[in-house]
Design a binder for this molecule. Structure first.
Ligand SMILES: Nc1ncnc2c1ncn2[C@@H]1O[C@H](COP(=O)(O)OP(=O)(O)OP(=O)(O)O)[C@@H](O)[C@H]1O
Ligand SMILES: [Mg+2]
Length: 235
């Protein structure tokens, strides 16, 4: 479905991504792991049309989306949950969810989608009229996921959903991610520094280091890799 091929991108004179190629098939959960500053968020911004691609190509079902403006990307069925979640803390949980379903293709199904996401996250139903800012960090991450699901996406991109969350909450968030991929058949691109968690929730993974893909393979292959064990797990 998504194909990123030989992409270079950055910020003005600062080059961040070098010849990055990744692909994602229907229904897959794929991780992109890498340490601080590797360029993970930058790659997401390039995919989501938030920064220009200097060279290379990004396609969605074989059609170029390399130069597509950011506002058109959700209409393709790509939902991007930004690092830091991007929920609107001064709006109610309900209004945050309704905003997630604003795109044309999702508007008609808003009520149905609302029921589905509230079923996934009962805590949000309980607090539906409260301001989003009153939620805990873990609950805000759930709201961010729920809001993205409101648009019934084909692909969900999550940028470090585990950031700043207690381990037990991280487990909960990853379980939800696995459940959504299974139940809805939505493809997931999971960006994480937390390699162990990310790979255990995914089919395949890519490792990004200083703007380059240095390794890729099935999650089992990556788990078994000696270099990965040394670099990320300290064993
Ligand atoms: N808006 C920006 N303007 C200029 N440089 C930026 C900008 N955002 C990121 N960078 C730089 O680009 C490089 C890659 O940053 P990026 O945020 O993509 O890393 P990351 O892999 O997402 O890291 P983290 O895991 O900490 O989120 C870093 O050197 C960073 O300083
Ligand atoms: Mg980042």
């Amino acid at each position: 479905m998504l194909n990123v091929s030989n992409v270079h991108a950055g910020y003005g004179d600062l080059k961040v991504l070098f010849d990055v190629s990744i692909d994602l098939q229907d229904g897959e959960v794929v991780s992109l792991v890498g340490s601080n500053g590797a360029g993970k968020t930058t790659l997401l911004r390039a995919i989501s049309g938030l920064i220009p691609v200097t060279s290379g190509e990004i396609t969605w079902y074989d059609k170029s989306m390399t130069k597509m403006p950011a506002y058109k990307i959700p209409e393709l069925g790509i939902a991007h949950i930004p690092q830091g979640r991007g929920i609107l803390s001064t709006l109610s949980i309900r209004d945050n969810l309704l905003l997630g379903g604003y795109i044309k293709s999702a508007r008609a199904m808003r009520e149905e989608r609302m029921e589905y996401v509230l079923g996934l996250f009962p805590i949000l139903r309980k607090r539906i009229n409260l301001l989003a800012g009153t939620l805990s960090g873990g609950q805000q991450q759930m709201l961010a996921i729920a809001r993205a699901l409101m648009m019934n996406p084909k692909l969900l991109i999550l940028d470090e959903p585990s950031l700043g969350l207690a381990p037990i909450i991280v487990d909960e968030v990853f379980n939800i991610i696995k459940r959504v991929s299974k139940e809805e058949g939505v493809s997931i691109l999971l960006i994480e520094q937390n390699l162990l968690q990310a790979l255990s929730a995914s089919d395949r993974g890519y490792v990004l280091e200083t703007g380059q893909i240095v390794m890729s393979g099935s999650s089992d292959e990556l788990f078994a890799n000696k270099d990965i064990k040394k670099a990320y797990l300290g064993i």
